[in-house]
Design a protein around this ligand. Structure first.
Ligand code: ATP
Ligand code: MG
Length: 375
C-alpha cells in the first residue's frame, strides 16, 4: 500500500513539476512581454539600434574597417544612430564663399593633426585641440562649415542632437551622455558636433533642474577625461551665435575658437558670385555694386535675396503668359518652351529685391536704420 502510494505520488510529483515549469515559463514570457510593453523607450531603442547598425555597416564597408557592432551598448547604439555618412552630405569647401581664411586655419590646426598623426607625433603641443568653437552672427556659415568638415575631414562625425540626451527617465540622460564619449573613443578619430551648443551647455545656475545640472557636470568631467588622454583623437565641435551665454568652464574646454563674422564687401561679392554662378543671369548684372548695396546682409540673407530675384522672373512670366502656360501645361516640349521663355535674372530684379529685404530687415530690427540713410 505504502509502495503504491509512493509510486503514485512520484508520478504525481513529476506531473506537478512539469505543470509548474510550464506555468513558470508562461508567466516569465508574459511578464517579459508586459515589461517590454510598459518600457516606453523600447521602441525608440530598437529603432535606433536598427539605424545605427545600418550606419555602422555602411561606414565599415566604405572605410574597410570592421566595426564590432556587438561590442556597443544600447546607449552607444542610440548615439551611433546620429553618425553622419560623408556621402550623404552635399556641402564641400567649394560651396563656402569668402571664408577661405577660417577654412584654411581649421584645416591646418584641426583636421591635419588628425589625418597626419605621424607628422605631429613628436610634440605634445601640436596635437589637435579637443574642442573647437565656431561663433558669430546668425546665417554666416557656421553650420555650413561643420557640414563641409564632416564631408572632408575623413573622420567619423557624430551630429549630436542634444534632445536625445534629455530623456525624461531618471538616469537615462547620464548614461546617454557618457555613451557619447565612450562611443567616440571606440570610433576614433571622431568629431562630435553640437549645433547651437549654448542651448545645452549654457551658464549653470541655481535654477537648473537637478537632472540637467548633473548631466552638464558629467559632460564636462567626461570631456576632461578626453583632454587628459593624449592618445585619443576625439574633438568636440560646437557652433553658437551666443558665445557669451556659454559656461566659462565650457569655453575653457574649447580653446580653438573661430569667429565667423558678417561678410564684408569683398566676401559678399564672393558669396553672390557663388550663388548666381549656376543661375541664368543677364550680362548687365553688376555683382560689385550689389555687394556694396547689401551692407549688413549675412550669407543667408544674400541667398534669400537671389532666390527672391529669381522668383520675380517666374512671376513676370506667369503674369504675361498665364493663359498660354496653363493651357499647354503637361507635355514635355511645352516645358522646354516654358524654360526658354523665362528671361534671365536682371539687375533690376536684384535691386528691387535688395530694397525689399532692406526694408523688412529694418522693421525686424536686424539692420541698423542709420545705414540706410547713409546710402
Ligand atoms: N559664406 C557663405 N557661402 C555660401 N553660402 C552661405 C555662406 N554663409 C551663409 N550661406 C548661406 O546661408 C545659409 C545659412 O548658413 P548657416 O546655416 O551656416 O548659418 P549659421 O551661421 O549656422 O546660422 P545660425 O547661427 O543661425 O545657425 C546656408 O545654407 C547658405 O546657403
Ligand atoms: Mg547654424
Amino acid at each position: 500500500m505504502n509502495m503504491a502510494d509512493g509510486a503514485f505520488s512520484r508520478s504525481e510529483i513529476v506531473g506537478l513539476v512539469v505543470r509548474l515549469s510550464v506555468v513558470t515559463a508562461i508567466t516569465y514570457i508574459s511578464i517579459r512581454c508586459l515589461m517590454n510593453q510598459l518600457d516606453p523607450t523600447t521602441k525608440s531603442k530598437k529603432k535606433a539600434k536598427k539605424k545605427a547598425q545600418e550606419h555602422l555597416r555602411r561606414l565599415g564597408m566604405t572605410e574597410n574597417v570592421s566595426l564590432a557592432i556587438d561590442q556597443l551598448t544600447d546607449y552607444e547604439m542610440m548615439i551611433a544612430s546620429h553618425l553622419v555618412d560623408p556621402n550623404d552630405i552635399t556641402v564641400s569647401w567649394e560651396d563656402i564663399a569668402g571664408l577661405e581664411n577660417v577654412i584654411q586655419e581649421l584645416r591646418e590646426t584641426v583636421i591635419l593633426p588628425i589625418q597626419r598623426k605621424d607628422l605631429f607625433a613628436d610634440s605634445q603641443l601640436t596635437q589637435a585641440p579637443k574642442g573647437v568653437l565656431l561663433h558669430g552672427p546668425p546665417g554666416c556659415g557656421k553650420t555650413l562649415i561643420a557640414k563641409a568638415t564632416a564631408k572632408e575631414a575623413g573622420t567619423r562625425f557624430i551630429n549630436l542632437d542634444v534632445s536625445i540626451l534629455t530623456d525624461k527617465w531618471y538616469g537615462e540622460s547620464q548614461k546617454l551622455a557618457s555613451a557619447v564619449f565612450t562611443l567616440a573613443v571606440k570610433l576614433q578619430p571622431c568629431i562630435i558636433f553640437i549645433d547651437e551648443i549654448d542651448s545645452f551647455l549654457r551658464m549653470r545656475n541655481t535654477h537648473d533642474h537637478e537632472a540637467t545640472a548633473m548631466m552638464k557636470a558629467q559632460f564636462m568631467s567626461l570631456w576632461d577625461g578626453l583632454i587628459t588622454d593624449p592618445t585619443c583623437t576625439v574633438i568636440i565641435m560646437g557652433a553658437t551665435n551666443r558665445p557669451q551665454d556659454l559656461d566659462k568652464a565650457i569655453l575653457r574646454r574649447m580653446p580653438a575658437t573661430f569667429h565667423i563674422s558678417m561678410p564684408n564687401v569683398a566676401q559678399r561679392a564672393q558669396v553672390l558670385k557663388l550663388i548666381l554662378e549656376k543661375e541664368p543671369m543677364a550680362e548687365e548684372v553688376d555683382i560689385a555694386s550689389l555687394s556694396i548695396m547689401t551692407d549688413g546682409f549675412s550669407g543667408s540673407d544674400l541667398r534669400e535675396l537671389c532666390r527672391n530675384a529669381s522668383v520675380y522672373r517666374v512671376r513676370d512670366f506667369v503674369r504675361h503668359h498665364a493663359p498660354a502656360a496653363n493651357a499647354s501645361a503637361g507635355t514635355s516640349t511645352d516645358d522646354e518652351e516654358y524654360h526658354d521663355a523665362l528671361r534671365p535674372i536682371t539687375m533690376e530684379d536684384l535691386v528691387i529685391s535688395v530694397h525689399k529685404m532692406r526694408d523688412s530687415k529694418v522693421h525686424t530690427g536686424t539692420l541698423n536704420a542709420v545705414k540706410l540713410d547713409l546710402d
